[in-house]
Design a protein around this ligand. Structure first.
Ligand code: UGA
Length: 431
């Protein structure tokens, strides 16, 4: 099948490359010349395990281009994977989607199936269909096909997806989508394929992300109670997870969720419901808890030190989670900003995102490419991301290299016994 994918962010690029992997001819479109040039050289502009290798393996099946006019004309199925960022009022900004839709409408000369992968509020696909077919000679069928991949494991999550969700009310589009995804629904992948209305598909995406965010905020609250009662969140979460109705995943307490999805999608659903006249109380609480959770390490450091002024602090990990170079909504920003407000001296380390962080913070902080130099002569450490380089770091070195070996760990990286043996003063979440 000849497919165009517009938007080469995490979702678009991974989708395009995986569609090529399952046998389709794909045109990957972006308006960013520089990005397209990088892709043409078969260099992956994002840090995502296995993606560069697949790009190389399928170089003959993918065209990278900025020429959307030609691409929209020549392909019968167009995947829209552009961003739906948060507006200042918390609602989803659909401008990029509508801009792409305008272009598709202008340059398509035959009927098209438009697959919306971008996360959009419930009812948007129907609205887009009305908008595109108004005063048009060609027919556009809009299909909702939400994405469930996680950054860092995006390729695996796409090829071995938990499920494929397709929302359409058009028989022909339904057939085309079944055909398109057939290779993934058969062995060796055997991905469950779920067909439904567009509204249901849109809702599945928000309901899933919001549920996961809620689960994290819930376990973070339980962790906070553990701290007050002497219980240990590791034991509590592990034991809860054995109940299959609860499940073991997404019960890791910490400094709070970040990234391009949970913070945005919780606020978007909350505001969407508010506009419907429904107060989504669970999600409102999840959002508030996540804001407070990000202050946990600062609160503790303020209790331990009379003043944070001129204290030398090492921030280990900057990305919102390991396995990605994405900094969006990372709790590291909140913590670095507050420390700078207190006039602390901030050293930062991250195995992949130092340059990206530098582009934002310029000369406000000191940048390092190894942990040894980051923590040297520091008064304390803040751990923001559970990178393997940090989890596997020799604990004795904290004592050896720091002025005072004090760690505030927002990701519960270390074993409490081992930390004790190493003679480190340690604060972690809920333990
Ligand atoms: C999330 C969802 O997990 C995907 O299913 C979804 O497709 C994606 O959003 C999206 O909408 O595009 P992602 O943002 O890549 O994926 O990352 P997650 O692994 O879900 O982590 C999000 C945040 O939650 C991270 O900051 C992570 O550290 C935090 N987290 C996660 C916890 O604090 N505790 C946990 O137990 C799990």
């Amino acid at each position: 099948m000849k497919i165009a994918v517009t938007g080469t962010g995490y979702v678009g690029l991974v989708t395009a490359v995986c569609l090529a992997k399952i046998g389709h001819k794909v045109t990957c479109i972006d308006i960013d010349d520089e990005k397209i040039e990088t892709l043409k050289e078969l260099k992956c502009p994002i840090y995502e395990e296995g993606l560069q290798e697949l790009m190389q393996e399928h170089q003959n099946d993918i065209i990278y281009t900025t020429d959307y006019k030609k691409s929209y004309k020549e392909n019968d199925v167009i995947f829209v994977c552009v961003g739906t960022p948060e507006r200042e009022d918390g609602t989803a900004n659909l401008n990029y989607i509508y801009k792409v839709c305008d272009e598709i409408k202008e340059y398509s000369k035959s009927d098209k199936v438009i697959v919306i992968k971008s996360t959009v509020p419930i009812g948007t696909n129907k609205e887009i269909q009305k908008y595109m077919n108004k005063d048009s000679d060609t027919t556009f069928n809009i299909v909702s096909n939400p994405e469930f991949l996680s950054q860092g494991t995006a390729v695996k999550d796409t090829l071995n997806a938990s499920r494929i969700v397709v929302g359409t009310n058009d028989k022909n589009s339904k057939k085309i989508m079944e055909e398109l995804y057939k290779p993934l629904t058969k062995p060796p992948y055997n991905v469950p394929y779920l067909s439904m209305s567009r509204e249901s598909a849109e809702m599945v995406k928000y309901a899933s992300n919001n549920f996961l965010a809620l689960k994290i905020s819930y376990i973070n609250e339980i962790a906070n109670i553990c701290e007050k009662t002497g219980a240990n969140i590791d034991d509590v979460a592990l034991s809860m997870g054995y109940d299959q109705r609860i499940g073991k995943q997404f019960l890791k307490a910490g400094i709070g969720y970040g990234g391009s999805c949970f913070p945005k999608d919780t606020k978007a659903l909350y505001h969407f419901c508010k506009d419907l006249g429904y107060k989504l109380q669970t999600i409102e609480a999840a959002i508030d808890i996540n804001i407070l959770q990000r202050q946990k390490l600062i609160e503790q450091a303020k209790k331990d030190f009379e003043s944070l002024e001129n204290k030398k602090v090492a921030i280990l990990g900057l990305t919102f989670k390991p396995g990605t170079d994405d900094l969006r909504e990372s709790p590291a920003f909140d913590n670095v900003d507050i420390l700078l407000d207190y006039n602390a001296i901030v050293n930062v380390y991250d195995p992949v995102a130092i340059d990206k962080f530098k582009a934002i913070y310029k000369n406000k902080v000191n940048y390092y490419h190894d942990i040894d130099n980051t923590i040297k002569d520091c008064d304390f450490v803040f751990i923001m991301t559970e990178w393997q380089e940090i989890v596997g770091y020799d604990l004795n070195k904290y004592k050896e290299l720091m002025k005072t070996p004090i760690i505030y760990d927002g990701r519960n990286c270390y074993d409490l016994e081992k930390i004790k043996e190493a003679g480190i003063k340690y604060y972690s979440i809920g333990r």
